[in-house]
Write a protein that binds this ligand. Structure first.
Ligand SMILES: C[S@@+](CC[C@H](N)C(=O)[O-])C[C@H]1O[C@@H](n2cnc3c(N)ncnc32)[C@H](O)[C@@H]1O
Length: 238
C-alpha cells in the first residue's frame, strides 16, 4: 500500500515544517552541546521525488530566514533529483557533528525498508530505527550536556500518543543534566490554536510552548525546555 505521505512531499505544509526544522536545529547546534540527539517519531523517508517547479514557486513565498533550508534542498535536488524529507535534512545538518545520533521511527513496513537502505547510503551518523513512535521511552536514554530535537509529525496526533511522548521526554529530562530540548509538532485539526493545544498538555515545570500557528487546517507548534525558551523566541521567532 502506498504511504499517504508520497502525495504530500514538498507541499506548502511540508515546506514550512522543514524550513522551521532547519532554523531550530541550527539554533541547537549553535549551543555547542557535546551530544546531539535527533528524534523523528514519524519519519517517512530521508529523500523522495517531488514536483520541483511547484516546490520552487512555493518557497518563493518564504522570507529570508528560510534561506538555509532553500539552499539545502536546492543543492540536494541538483545532485540527486530528490527532495530531502525531515530526517534527510537533519542528517545533512548534523553530518559533521562528532556525537550526533538519529533515532527514527516508521510504522509502514515497506517505507521502513526503503528508509533503511537510504540510511546506509545517505549518512554516516549513528542511527536506530523503531517500529512505532510509542517505543520512544525504550530508546531515549538520560544524557548529559546534550541537545535533543524531537519532531512529532503523524498525520493525526492522538492524545494518548502525545502523553506517552511527553512522559518519555520529561523522564529523560529529570535524569539528565544540561539538556536543551526542542520539540516541533505538526498536526491536523480544524479547531483554533488554543482549542487544539489544550488537548495536548505539557509539564510546565520543564517545558514551555514558545510558538503555535495554524494555516488552513494544519497546526505547527514548538515546545522547549525553560532554559532556552526565551532565546528560541528571540532568535527563531523574532
Ligand atoms: C507526515 S509523514 C512524516 C513526514 C516526515 N516527518 C517529513 O517531514 O518529511 C508521517 C509518517 O509517519 C508514519 N507514521 C504514522 N504514525 C506513526 C507512528 N505512530 N509510529 C511510527 N510511524 C508512524 C507514516 O507511515 C508516515 O510515513
Amino acid at each position: 500500500m502506498q504511504n499517504i505521505q508520497t502525495s504530500n512531499v514538498g507541499n506548502f505544509g511540508d515546506i514550512i515544517k522543514h524550513a522551521l526544522l532547519v532554523q531550530l536545529i541550527r539554533f541547537l547546534k549553535n549551543r555547542s552541546r557535546s551530544n546531539f540527539i535527533y528524534v523523528d517519531l514519524h519519519t517517512f523517508l530521508m529523500q523522495h521525488a517531488a514536483n520541483f517547479p511547484t516546490w520552487s514557486s512555493n518557497v518563493a513565498q518564504l522570507d529570508n530566514a528560510c534561506k538555509e533550508y532553500i539552499d539545502i534542498e536546492r543543492e540536494h535536488y541538483s545532485k540527486t533529483n530528490n527532495y530531502l524529507c525531515s530526517s534527510g535534512i537533519a542528517a545533512q545538518l548534523l553530518e559533521k557533528h562528532s556525537h550526533a545520533n538519529l533515532i527514527l521511527s516508521e510504522q509502514c513496513a515497506e517505507t521502513k525498508k526503503t528508509l533503511k537502505s537510504q540510511l546506509d547510503t545517505l549518512t554516516k551518523l549513528d542511527h536506530q530505527i523503531m517500529n512505532h513512535s510509542t517505543e520512544l521511552s525504550s530508546y531515549l536514554k538520560s544524557s548529559s550536556d546534550t541537545a535533543l530535537f524531537v519532531l512529532i509529525d503523524p498525520f493525526k496526533l492522538e492524545q494518548k500518543e502525545w502523553s506517552e511522548h511527553m512522559s518519555a521526554i520529561t523522564n529523560v529530562l529529570q535524569q539528565s543534566t544540561n539538556m536543551d530540548v526542542v520539540i516541533e509538532v505538526f498536526n491536523y485539526d480544524e479547531r483554533s490554536v488554543d482549542e487544539h493545544w489544550k488537548d495536548f498538555p505539557i509539564d510546565e515545570s520543564v517545558l514551555k510552548r514558545v510558538y503555535a500557528i495554524k494555516y488552513n487546517k494544519y497546526h505547527l507548534a514548538v515546545f522547549t525546555t525553560l532554559n532556552i525558551a526565551d532565546q528560541v523566541s528571540l532568535k527563531v521567532f523574532k
